[in-house]
Design a protein around this ligand. Structure first.
Ligand SMILES: Nc1ncnc2c1ncn2[C@@H]1O[C@H](COP(=O)(O)OP(=O)(O)O)[C@@H](O)[C@H]1O
Ligand SMILES: [Mg+2]
Length: 159
């Protein structure tokens, strides 16, 4: 069952009773804020892989910016749509931000060498469809949807 939760930190206990959490973001800034909250869960629950689905422009990169900024303090975060992966490291953690839009099948994924990244750090994956068989089974799923021009519906589901 879907549950609407206001995005104030004190309301966000991870997955209270329900199977998924649904949040509305009214601006890019709010979407990034939700990313920061998710970053807190990543730390607290030792989550090591998150997959982000949703159409172009739905805010996948935007929410990831919030996560990476919170976890690393870095703010020059760009889309890896051409590089396929961007890495952000501190002396404590490494984050790998993937965009597999251009990866079309298992062969391409293997020649890219995705398996080598698993367990090297936290993986944040946009367009995970081509990689879905290789993605760790305990990945947190974030689904982004348009809800008007500025608003986005963000659904977070446990593995
Ligand atoms: N509530 C919102 N959340 C996220 N992005 C928004 C929102 N409202 C407007 N936008 C805009 O939509 C675009 C989202 O782009 P991006 O995060 O790159 O999406 P994706 O990675 O899914 O293609 C950005 O230009 C952003 O400023
Ligand atoms: Mg993107």
């Amino acid at each position: 069952m879907e549950q609407k939760v206001k995005h104030s930190k004190k309301n966000l206990v991870i997955f209270p009773k329900s199977k998924e959490i649904c949040l509305m973001a009214k601006s890019s800034e709010e979407t990034e804020k939700i990313g920061e909250i998710i970053a807190g869960w990543i730390k607290k629950h030792n989550i090591n892989c998150l997959i982000f689905t949703g159409p172009f422009g739905s805010g996948k990169t935007t929410i990831i910016k919030g996560i990476i900024r919170k976890l690393t303090g870095k703010s020059n975060i760009t889309s890896p749509s051409f590089t396929i992966v961007n890495q952000y490291s501190t002396n404590k953690i490494s984050i790998f931000h993937f965009d597999f839009y251009r990866i079309k099948n298992q062969e391409e994924l293997e020649s890219f060498g995705f398996s080598e990244y698993i367990e090297k750090g936290i993986l944040l994956i946009e367009w995970p469809e081509a990689a879905i068989k290789k993605v760790p089974q305990n990945s947190l799923k974030i689904s982004m949807e348009f809800s008007g021009l500025k608003q986005r519906k963000i659904t977070i589901s446990p593995p």
